[in-house]
Write a protein of this length. Structure first.
Length: 278
Protein backbone atom coordinates (compact mmCIF):
# COMPACT_ATOMS: atom_id res chain seq x y z
CA UNK A 1 0.00 0.00 0.00
CA UNK A 2 1.35 3.37 -0.95
CA UNK A 3 2.14 5.81 1.82
CA UNK A 4 0.60 9.26 1.78
CA UNK A 5 2.95 12.18 2.21
CA UNK A 6 1.67 15.54 3.39
CA UNK A 7 3.10 18.79 2.12
CA UNK A 8 1.85 22.37 2.31
CA UNK A 9 1.48 24.07 -1.02
CA UNK A 10 2.53 27.57 -0.10
CA UNK A 11 2.64 28.37 -3.82
CA UNK A 12 -1.14 28.66 -3.68
CA UNK A 13 -0.73 31.91 -1.79
CA UNK A 14 0.42 33.51 -5.03
CA UNK A 15 -3.05 32.86 -6.44
CA UNK A 16 -4.88 34.60 -3.60
CA UNK A 17 -7.58 37.17 -4.15
CA UNK A 18 -8.85 39.85 -1.85
CA UNK A 19 -11.45 38.86 0.70
CA UNK A 20 -14.38 40.38 -1.18
CA UNK A 21 -13.13 39.83 -4.75
CA UNK A 22 -15.44 37.51 -6.75
CA UNK A 23 -13.98 34.74 -8.87
CA UNK A 24 -13.84 35.97 -12.46
CA UNK A 25 -14.70 32.52 -13.81
CA UNK A 26 -18.02 32.18 -12.00
CA UNK A 27 -20.38 34.35 -14.12
CA UNK A 28 -19.22 32.41 -17.18
CA UNK A 29 -19.82 29.13 -15.37
CA UNK A 30 -23.36 30.12 -14.50
CA UNK A 31 -24.16 31.09 -18.08
CA UNK A 32 -22.87 27.82 -19.45
CA UNK A 33 -24.92 25.58 -17.15
CA UNK A 34 -27.22 23.20 -19.02
CA UNK A 35 -30.81 24.13 -18.23
CA UNK A 36 -32.41 21.39 -20.37
CA UNK A 37 -32.73 18.76 -17.63
CA UNK A 38 -35.33 18.97 -14.88
CA UNK A 39 -32.95 17.14 -12.53
CA UNK A 40 -30.76 19.44 -10.47
CA UNK A 41 -27.08 18.70 -10.88
CA UNK A 42 -25.15 19.32 -7.66
CA UNK A 43 -21.35 19.42 -7.71
CA UNK A 44 -19.38 18.01 -4.75
CA UNK A 45 -15.99 19.51 -3.89
CA UNK A 46 -13.84 17.44 -1.51
CA UNK A 47 -10.85 19.38 -0.19
CA UNK A 48 -8.08 17.60 1.69
CA UNK A 49 -6.90 19.92 4.47
CA UNK A 50 -5.33 20.04 7.91
CA UNK A 51 -5.11 22.57 10.73
CA UNK A 52 -1.32 22.57 10.41
CA UNK A 53 -1.41 23.60 6.75
CA UNK A 54 -0.76 27.33 6.47
CA UNK A 55 -1.99 27.48 2.85
CA UNK A 56 -5.32 25.83 3.71
CA UNK A 57 -7.17 29.02 4.77
CA UNK A 58 -6.82 30.20 1.18
CA UNK A 59 -8.36 26.93 0.01
CA UNK A 60 -11.31 27.35 2.37
CA UNK A 61 -11.74 30.90 1.07
CA UNK A 62 -11.76 29.73 -2.56
CA UNK A 63 -14.54 27.24 -1.81
CA UNK A 64 -16.53 29.90 0.08
CA UNK A 65 -16.38 32.16 -2.98
CA UNK A 66 -17.57 29.40 -5.29
CA UNK A 67 -20.47 28.39 -3.04
CA UNK A 68 -21.49 32.01 -2.47
CA UNK A 69 -21.59 32.62 -6.23
CA UNK A 70 -23.21 29.41 -7.46
CA UNK A 71 -26.18 27.30 -6.49
CA UNK A 72 -25.92 23.51 -6.46
CA UNK A 73 -22.32 23.36 -5.30
CA UNK A 74 -21.40 21.87 -1.94
CA UNK A 75 -18.30 20.50 -0.24
CA UNK A 76 -17.18 17.89 2.25
CA UNK A 77 -13.88 18.44 4.09
CA UNK A 78 -11.33 15.67 4.57
CA UNK A 79 -9.15 16.49 7.59
CA UNK A 80 -6.03 14.41 8.01
CA UNK A 81 -5.74 14.12 11.79
CA UNK A 82 -7.01 15.37 15.14
CA UNK A 83 -10.59 15.87 16.35
CA UNK A 84 -11.75 16.88 12.84
CA UNK A 85 -10.53 13.61 11.30
CA UNK A 86 -12.78 10.73 10.25
CA UNK A 87 -11.37 7.41 9.04
CA UNK A 88 -13.56 7.58 5.92
CA UNK A 89 -10.96 10.04 4.63
CA UNK A 90 -8.18 7.46 5.06
CA UNK A 91 -10.36 4.85 3.33
CA UNK A 92 -10.87 7.13 0.34
CA UNK A 93 -7.21 8.18 0.06
CA UNK A 94 -5.98 4.60 0.27
CA UNK A 95 -8.44 3.51 -2.41
CA UNK A 96 -7.45 6.37 -4.71
CA UNK A 97 -3.82 5.45 -3.96
CA UNK A 98 -2.09 8.72 -4.81
CA UNK A 99 0.35 10.94 -2.96
CA UNK A 100 -1.66 13.50 -0.99
CA UNK A 101 -0.72 17.14 -0.46
CA UNK A 102 -2.61 19.87 1.35
CA UNK A 103 -4.51 21.87 0.33
CA UNK A 104 -5.72 19.90 -2.67
CA UNK A 105 -8.89 18.05 -3.49
CA UNK A 106 -11.15 16.82 -6.21
CA UNK A 107 -14.38 17.91 -7.88
CA UNK A 108 -16.98 15.17 -8.38
CA UNK A 109 -14.08 12.70 -8.12
CA UNK A 110 -13.22 13.65 -11.69
CA UNK A 111 -11.13 11.13 -13.63
CA UNK A 112 -8.18 11.60 -15.93
CA UNK A 113 -6.41 8.62 -17.49
CA UNK A 114 -8.66 6.22 -15.64
CA UNK A 115 -8.29 7.38 -12.05
CA UNK A 116 -9.32 10.18 -9.69
CA UNK A 117 -7.14 13.26 -9.90
CA UNK A 118 -6.35 15.64 -7.04
CA UNK A 119 -6.02 19.29 -8.03
CA UNK A 120 -4.68 22.45 -6.37
CA UNK A 121 -7.60 24.28 -4.81
CA UNK A 122 -6.96 27.43 -6.85
CA UNK A 123 -8.07 25.47 -9.93
CA UNK A 124 -11.46 24.53 -8.48
CA UNK A 125 -13.49 27.31 -10.14
CA UNK A 126 -12.55 26.05 -13.60
CA UNK A 127 -13.21 22.43 -12.66
CA UNK A 128 -16.61 23.32 -11.22
CA UNK A 129 -17.35 25.08 -14.52
CA UNK A 130 -16.58 21.92 -16.47
CA UNK A 131 -18.83 19.82 -14.24
CA UNK A 132 -21.77 22.19 -13.83
CA UNK A 133 -22.15 22.61 -17.58
CA UNK A 134 -22.98 18.90 -17.82
CA UNK A 135 -26.47 17.54 -17.25
CA UNK A 136 -27.23 14.37 -15.28
CA UNK A 137 -29.93 11.72 -15.57
CA UNK A 138 -29.94 10.70 -11.89
CA UNK A 139 -31.61 12.80 -9.21
CA UNK A 140 -31.67 12.65 -5.40
CA UNK A 141 -34.16 13.98 -2.88
CA UNK A 142 -33.73 13.84 0.91
CA UNK A 143 -36.33 14.00 3.67
CA UNK A 144 -35.96 13.44 7.40
CA UNK A 145 -38.05 12.61 10.45
CA UNK A 146 -37.01 12.95 14.05
CA UNK A 147 -38.34 11.17 17.12
CA UNK A 148 -37.29 11.62 20.73
CA UNK A 149 -34.53 9.05 20.24
CA UNK A 150 -33.65 8.79 16.53
CA UNK A 151 -33.11 10.77 13.36
CA UNK A 152 -34.45 8.96 10.29
CA UNK A 153 -33.28 9.84 6.78
CA UNK A 154 -35.01 8.89 3.55
CA UNK A 155 -33.37 9.41 0.17
CA UNK A 156 -35.12 8.90 -3.16
CA UNK A 157 -32.88 8.16 -6.12
CA UNK A 158 -34.64 8.53 -9.46
CA UNK A 159 -34.09 8.89 -13.17
CA UNK A 160 -36.05 10.34 -16.08
CA UNK A 161 -34.73 7.73 -18.48
CA UNK A 162 -33.37 4.20 -18.63
CA UNK A 163 -29.82 4.14 -17.30
CA UNK A 164 -26.95 2.67 -19.28
CA UNK A 165 -25.42 1.42 -16.01
CA UNK A 166 -28.01 0.14 -13.51
CA UNK A 167 -25.30 -0.80 -11.00
CA UNK A 168 -25.22 2.33 -8.88
CA UNK A 169 -23.98 3.00 -5.36
CA UNK A 170 -25.35 5.57 -2.91
CA UNK A 171 -23.00 7.04 -0.30
CA UNK A 172 -24.57 8.96 2.59
CA UNK A 173 -22.50 11.06 5.00
CA UNK A 174 -23.50 13.26 7.92
CA UNK A 175 -21.29 16.33 8.23
CA UNK A 176 -21.15 18.97 10.94
CA UNK A 177 -21.81 22.30 9.25
CA UNK A 178 -19.52 24.46 11.38
CA UNK A 179 -16.89 23.50 13.95
CA UNK A 180 -14.86 25.99 15.97
CA UNK A 181 -12.58 25.43 18.91
CA UNK A 182 -9.37 26.52 20.55
CA UNK A 183 -6.28 24.38 20.80
CA UNK A 184 -3.95 22.28 18.66
CA UNK A 185 -6.76 20.35 16.97
CA UNK A 186 -8.67 23.46 15.91
CA UNK A 187 -6.33 26.47 15.59
CA UNK A 188 -5.68 26.94 11.87
CA UNK A 189 -2.15 27.67 10.67
CA UNK A 190 -2.15 30.79 8.47
CA UNK A 191 0.63 31.77 6.03
CA UNK A 192 -1.22 34.95 5.08
CA UNK A 193 -1.07 36.75 8.41
CA UNK A 194 1.48 39.33 7.18
CA UNK A 195 0.18 39.65 3.60
CA UNK A 196 -2.19 42.65 3.22
CA UNK A 197 -3.74 41.09 0.10
CA UNK A 198 -4.56 37.80 1.82
CA UNK A 199 -8.15 37.18 3.02
CA UNK A 200 -6.83 36.19 6.47
CA UNK A 201 -4.37 39.07 6.85
CA UNK A 202 -3.81 40.10 10.46
CA UNK A 203 -5.69 37.16 11.98
CA UNK A 204 -2.62 35.50 13.43
CA UNK A 205 -0.15 32.87 12.39
CA UNK A 206 -2.51 30.41 14.09
CA UNK A 207 -6.14 31.47 13.83
CA UNK A 208 -8.09 30.71 17.00
CA UNK A 209 -11.79 30.07 16.50
CA UNK A 210 -11.33 29.32 12.79
CA UNK A 211 -14.54 28.00 11.24
CA UNK A 212 -14.07 24.48 9.89
CA UNK A 213 -17.00 23.61 7.63
CA UNK A 214 -18.76 20.41 6.55
CA UNK A 215 -16.63 18.19 8.76
CA UNK A 216 -17.28 14.46 8.28
CA UNK A 217 -18.83 12.96 11.43
CA UNK A 218 -20.84 9.85 10.47
CA UNK A 219 -20.95 7.62 7.39
CA UNK A 220 -24.47 6.19 7.26
CA UNK A 221 -23.98 3.95 4.23
CA UNK A 222 -21.18 1.48 3.64
CA UNK A 223 -17.92 3.31 2.94
CA UNK A 224 -18.02 2.10 -0.67
CA UNK A 225 -21.70 3.05 -0.85
CA UNK A 226 -24.89 1.00 -0.71
CA UNK A 227 -26.11 -0.72 -3.87
CA UNK A 228 -29.35 0.77 -5.17
CA UNK A 229 -31.80 -0.74 -7.62
CA UNK A 230 -32.97 1.78 -10.20
CA UNK A 231 -34.65 -0.75 -12.49
CA UNK A 232 -37.99 0.81 -11.54
CA UNK A 233 -36.64 4.32 -12.27
CA UNK A 234 -37.02 5.25 -8.61
CA UNK A 235 -35.77 3.70 -5.37
CA UNK A 236 -35.78 4.73 -1.72
CA UNK A 237 -32.92 4.38 0.78
CA UNK A 238 -33.54 4.88 4.48
CA UNK A 239 -31.47 4.72 7.64
CA UNK A 240 -31.74 5.97 11.20
CA UNK A 241 -29.14 7.18 13.67
CA UNK A 242 -29.55 7.40 17.42
CA UNK A 243 -29.51 10.94 18.73
CA UNK A 244 -27.10 9.75 21.42
CA UNK A 245 -24.47 9.33 18.68
CA UNK A 246 -24.67 13.03 17.83
CA UNK A 247 -22.52 15.31 19.95
CA UNK A 248 -24.48 18.39 18.84
CA UNK A 249 -28.11 19.26 18.16
CA UNK A 250 -29.40 17.60 14.93
CA UNK A 251 -29.67 21.05 13.34
CA UNK A 252 -25.87 21.34 13.48
CA UNK A 253 -25.61 18.69 10.76
CA UNK A 254 -26.30 18.30 7.08
CA UNK A 255 -26.51 15.28 4.82
CA UNK A 256 -24.15 14.94 1.88
CA UNK A 257 -25.24 12.08 -0.40
CA UNK A 258 -24.00 11.12 -3.82
CA UNK A 259 -24.40 8.45 -6.51
CA UNK A 260 -21.61 6.76 -8.44
CA UNK A 261 -21.21 3.59 -10.47
CA UNK A 262 -20.30 0.37 -8.74
CA UNK A 263 -16.62 -0.49 -9.28
CA UNK A 264 -13.48 -1.76 -7.57
CA UNK A 265 -11.98 1.72 -8.05
CA UNK A 266 -13.27 5.13 -6.97
CA UNK A 267 -15.64 6.32 -9.70
CA UNK A 268 -16.73 9.83 -10.69
CA UNK A 269 -19.81 11.19 -8.94
CA UNK A 270 -22.91 11.19 -11.14
CA UNK A 271 -24.89 13.52 -8.89
CA UNK A 272 -24.94 14.73 -5.30
CA UNK A 273 -27.28 16.46 -2.88
CA UNK A 274 -26.99 18.37 0.38
CA UNK A 275 -29.75 18.54 2.96
CA UNK A 276 -29.75 20.52 6.19
CA UNK A 277 -31.31 18.72 9.16
CA UNK A 278 -34.18 20.81 10.55
Amino acid sequence: MKRFFLFSLSILLMASCSKDEPLAMLPQIQNEADQSSRIEHTILIEPTVSVGCGACPLGHHEIDLIEDSLENVTHMSHYLYGPLYHDYSSYLMEKINKTIYTPIGHVNRRHEEGSVVYYPINSFSGLVGNEISESTNVGLEVTSNQSETHLELNIEVFSEEELSSPNLMLTVILVEKSVTGIGPGYDQRNYGNSDPDHPYFGQGNNIQGFEHTNVIRHVLSAYEGDAIDVSEMITTWNESISLTELTESPTAYRVIAFVSESSDIVMPIINAVEFDIQ
